[in-house]
Design a protein around this ligand. Structure first.
Ligand code: FE2
Length: 415
């Protein structure tokens, strides 16, 4: 049992998406953000005055430890004692989180900084919970459960990829290895939103082209879903639209020319904007479907969610006409609603092609036999996913199954 498979919690998630509740209850959470080299300096200076014990615990991994060293160096200049923990792994298993928390307890930091991609940041978030509140059952951590964080330490995130948005979000994605096969576990609490995010575009400049595309498409899926989400607000719309615009313009440049620092800067900003947008309004079906498919067939998270964009938009369009405003915002001209929709979907298909990513699922090395064997479970996992209730169109296992089949074949969604 996870918190989001519990019936009452799912009812509440559906309620949060209802129009009637928007004027009664809402929120907008966001970390304080520092940008660039001088931003790191300003951050270190501010922390020196705010952290009385000046003990910083940096969570990172083997690949970007050299970047964590740079953050540590800046903090040491301001009198911090720093411990670097570099054993984070992708899709962090609960055991790794536990190990990280144990080392945190021994060091007793008053500042925790994650330097890395989404998995590193998520490891730090979950370990921070166990450091602050030992014994917490992470599987049942949910947005309505007061945790009582920030008694011992503040949390800071310094992303080294441009996509996950984890530096801004109230969620962390872990792996529950007690399940067979291992299953994604999403923990969520509004208290998990990092206190600060440090955006250093040069930290993401080392990403190889494939990772640039994967993480960039993740950011795009966040922004698209955040815009269409039933929980979208005026705040999140403004941020999501700008993020979509920036990603469409700059991701191809960052992919084709990794040394294009203007594109790297814009993508780094856009990814955080996508994160802020979806953290406050939710992702929806790109992520429900992408989570299920990505995990089952070992496809990079960003690719697995990005390829569903051309399928979920026409699916949403049966329940909302917001695609018209998005199309107009992106400069599309059309005479009918159908034409707006077709041109918008084509724009995203062309965009994926420009990044050498096929939007057809069977092109991603999934055999028909494997796909059909897993189809029912994939549809069930997608339906039960924590983010599914944010779909602007109420969905079902059967319809998600159909969307998976259409995506596998590359068919235009017509239902
Ligand atoms: Fe994502």
């Amino acid at each position: 049992m996870y918190w989001y498979t519990e019936k009452r919690m799912r009812t509440l998630l559906h309620m949060l998406g209802a129009d009637a509740i928007h004027e009664v209850y809402g929120w907008f959470f966001c970390p304080k953000i520092f940008v660039g080299k001088l931003g790191l300096l300003a951050f270190s200076m501010m922390m020196a005055s705010m952290c009385t014990r000046r003990r910083a615990f940096i969570v990172t991994d083997q690949y970007v430890k050299h970047l964590a060293d740079k953050v540590a160096q800046s903090l040491r200049t301001f009198g911090f004692q720093v411990q670097i923990w570099d054993r984070a792994v992708p899709e962090p298993p609960l055991e790794t989180v536990q190990e990280c928390a144990e080392d945190m307890k021994k060091f007793e930091p008053d500042l925790i900084i994650a330097v890395g991609g989404g998995s590193v940041i998520d490891t730090a978030k979950a370990a921070w919970v166990l450091y602050e509140r030992p014994g917490t059952n992470l599987k049942m951590l949910n947005p309505l459960f007061p945790v009582g964080l920030r008694v011992k330490a503040r949390l800071v995130a310094c992303p080294t990829t441009s996509g996950t948005g984890s530096e801004t979000t109230y969620a962390a994605v872990l792996t529950d290895t007690s399940q067979t096969p291992p299953r994604k576990l999403e923990i969520a609490s509004l208290e998990l939103v990092p206190d600060y995010a440090i955006l250093l575009p040069e930290f993401a400049a080392g990403m190889p082209p494939k990772l640039t595309v994967g993480t960039g498409l993740d950011a795009l899926a966040h922004a698209v879903d955040a815009y269409f989400s039933s929980m979208a607000t005026e705040f999140t719309d403004a941020i999501a639209l700008k993020a979509i615009e920036l990603i469409l313009k700059y991701l191809p440049r960052a992919y084709r020319n990794p040394k294009d620092m203007e594109a790297r800067y814009k993508m780094h900003i856009a990814a955080t904007m996508g994160g802020i947008a979806f953290s406050n309004s939710g992702t929806a079906l790109t992520h429900s479907l992408g989570h299920a498919v990505g995990k089952a067939f070992g496809i990079h998270h960003g690719i697995s969610v990005g390829i569903f964009i051309p399928y979920v938009i026409p699916y949403y369009a049966k329940a909302t006409d917001r695609y018209i405003d998005l199309a107009k915002y992106l400069g599309i001209e059309a005479k009918t609603n159908e034409e707006y929709l077709k041109k918008l979907v084509d724009l995203f298909k062309d965009f994926l092609r420009s990044l050498d990513v096929s939007y057809v699922l069977k092109d991603h090395g999934i055999s028909r036999e494997d796909f059909e064997k897993n189809l029912d479970v994939l549809a069930k996992y997608a339906y039960e996913d924590a983010v599914t209730p944010a779909s602007p169109r109420p969905t079902s296992v059967e319809e998600l199954r159909k969307l998976l089949i259409y995506a596998y074949e590359g068919k235009d969604v017509d239902f």
